[in-house]
Design a protein around this ligand. Structure first.
Ligand code: ATP
Ligand code: MG
Ligand code: MG
Length: 552
């Protein structure tokens, strides 16, 4: 059962229930526009809308807000459904499209004309801007404002019938050109747009504006609480005006602060730009803050939901540190990630006193705190790989890894000591020669002998080659308020991905599947890349490193 969170929206709902508003019924909706892939900000909205429904014994609809034909596509409809399901939510038989309501939305526009509350306006967009006024200056009434109802009905029908070119005329609400709220100065309700819609084809050449279609869609679906982001607060009077003037079911709009995250961008518009300019490979590039990108990177739905729960719901905009998101996935994977060994930048180690051609099979636990996760067998022999960075010929002080004359423990195996090195013509160390102490096998009687360093390793003849991709942030700094995002291309991190193509991983990983999550000892949490990894040519993504930088 979900944790019942208390936030200001739940407080409103509690009041509404107490007053038996809508007979105590709670119905929400998640209304994405299918013009791009969902991102982590949408995850917050999904968790909130579906979560509130579950917590209150209510229902949550999935509604595609597809009233703008030019940018929308079925590709996005499919990805949105996949992402909502992946997050663990289900809309049952309540999947709707705003475009299904086009006939009804049109009928309501006719009603507004008949009520004398809407008119056809012939001002050009430029003139309309001039007439609109400013925050400090009232607007001017359009010369077309007082057309007769008959003329408006005739013109609106002819707009619908395709008699006028794009942009020639609009339908406007007749509200108040002197309103201090610019959204109430006779806002546009319908525009002419001769473009094909991904669902209604060429049936319509006029399309309703968001501010007009949204309240009607909510009302048609009997949505009780219509939750949206803060930038719509100023639009609420228009939302209410629409429902009140039409005298239809009164959904209530409630605004909350949108999620902003450091070191990334969130607008679909900007994310699309990254994809179209080839700065990332696709919408699901593992560096993207999209839900599909996080999924491919290796995030779990549990970690994303935990994150959304922890950030809470606020009335004021803020920027959340991305290290909190990382903290959530790290905590989840620390608990469930199987421990394995992988060497990302291999250096050959030869154990001179170990018999050539011999292999022994060592026991290695899969998780130190979860014995029920079992253990596996690891081959050990004369030739191994360790990390290049775990050996230094001339070490600084306090280097407790491998260095001439110094002992280290190989995890799950023996203590070894470096005796000599082999170098190539350029002086680079290509092989480290060691001896091992056969008395120090892990789990054996002498296993307690202490040395300062423990290294991960793989057996050279058994290990399998793999590619490993390490990721860094998409943006180099953390100024992420929406308004500051215009120059984000200049702030792109040029080193957001490092591909290591000569890694050696323990052979047990040949059986890994895309749903597996691993801790590569001392390296972080990893999973197979769902697009690029193939049997025999494994590709791993680093989901997150081990070091937690989140400060409460
Ligand atoms: P973007 O600006 O990223 O394109 P949008 O608001 O235009 O997002 P929609 O598809 O209209 O995208 O969003 C669907 C729902 O998700 C809306 O109710 C919107 O308020 C919510 N939403 C979008 N971005 C965020 C965010 N960063 N934090 C919280 N909710 C968000
Ligand atoms: Mg939107
Ligand atoms: Mg937007």
């Amino acid at each position: 059962s979900p944790v019942v969170s208390t936030n200001f929206i739940q407080a409103i709902i509690n009041d509404d229930k107490k007053n038996n508003k809508h007979d105590g019924r709670v119905q929400t909706r998640f209304p994405p526009e299918p013009n791009g892939y969902l991102h982590i900000g949408h995850a917050k909205s999904i968790c909130l809308n579906f979560g509130i429904a579950v917590q209150n014994g209510g229902l949550c609809n999935l509604r595609f807000d597809d009233t703008n034909p030019t940018k929308e596509d079925v590709e996005y409809v499919d990805s949105i459904q996949e992402d909502v399901h992946w997050l663990g939510f289900d809309w049952g038989d309540r999947r709707h499209y705003a475009s299904d309501y086009f006939p009804q939305i049109y009928e309501y526009a006719v009603q507004l004309i008949e009520l004398g509350k809407a008119y056809v306006c012939d001002l050009t967009p430029q003139e309309m801007r001039e007439y609109r006024g400013t925050l400090t200056e009232p607007g001017k009434e359009s010369p077309y404002r007082n057309r007769s109802i008959e003329e408006n009905l005739d013109l609106f029908t002819r707009m619908k019938n395709g008699e006028f070119p794009d942009g020639a005329r609009v339908l406007r609400a007749k509200i108040d050109m002197a309103s201090p709220n610019l959204n109430m100065r006779d806002p546009v309700l319908y525009r002419i747009m001769k473009s094909e819609h991904h669902r209604t084809g060429n049936e319509w050449c006029i399309y309703p504006m968001y501010d007009y279609a949204h309240p009607i869609s909510d009302s048609i679906e009997n949505i009780t609480h219509s939750i949206c982001t803060l930038e719509f607060e100023d639009h609420r009077p228009l939302y209410d005006w629409t429902l009140e003037t039409l005298g239809i079911f009164r959904s209530q709009q409630i605004e909350f602060a949108r999620l902003n995250l450091t070191n990334t961008i969130m607008s679909k518009r900007f994310l699309r730009q990254l994809v179209e300019q080839g700065r990332v490979s696709s919408w699901d590039d593992p560096r993207m803050p999209t839900i599909s990108g996080l999924r491919r990177r290796g995030y779990t739905p549990e970690a994303v939901r935990d994150f959304c729960e922890r950030i809470g719901v606020a009335k004021a905009n803020s920027v959340v540190d991305i290290s909190l998101l990382e903290h959530c996935i790290r905590e989840d994977l620390n608990n469930r990630g199987r421990r394995v060994m992988a060497v990302l930048r291999p250096l050959k180690v030869v154990i001179d006193n170990y018999p050539a051609g011999q292999t022994e099979w060592l026991d290695a636990e899969n998780h130190p705190e979860h014995p029920e996760m079992g253990s596996r067998k690891l081959p050990f022999g004369r030739e191994l790989y360790i990390e290049q960075e775990d050996f230094m010929e001339v070490p600084p002080k306090k280097f407790f890894r491998l260095t001439p004359g110094q002992e280290v423990r190989l995890k799950h195996a023996y203590i070894i000591k470096c005796e000599s090195v082999v170098k190539d013509a350029s002086g680079r160390v290509t092989e480290v020669h060691c001896t091992y102490d056969p008395e120090t096998k892990s789990g054996g009687s002498q296993s307690g002998r202490k040395v300062k360093g423990t290294l991960h390793w793989v057996s050279a003849p058994h290990a399998i080659a793999a590619e490993v991709r390490l990721y860094d942030y998409l943006l180099v700094d953390d100024k992420t308020e929406e308004t500051e995002q215009t120059d984000f291309i200049a702030r792109l991190n040029p080193n957001s991905m490092e591909k290591l193509t000569t890694c050696m991983v323990e052979e047990n990983l040949a059986q890994a599947t895309v749903s597996d999550r691993f801790q590569f000892l001392r390296q972080g949490y990893f999973c197979l890349d769902s697009r690029d990894s193939k049997p025999g040519a494994l590709v791993f993504n680093r989901i997150v490193g081990l070091k937690d930088s989140w400060v409460k």
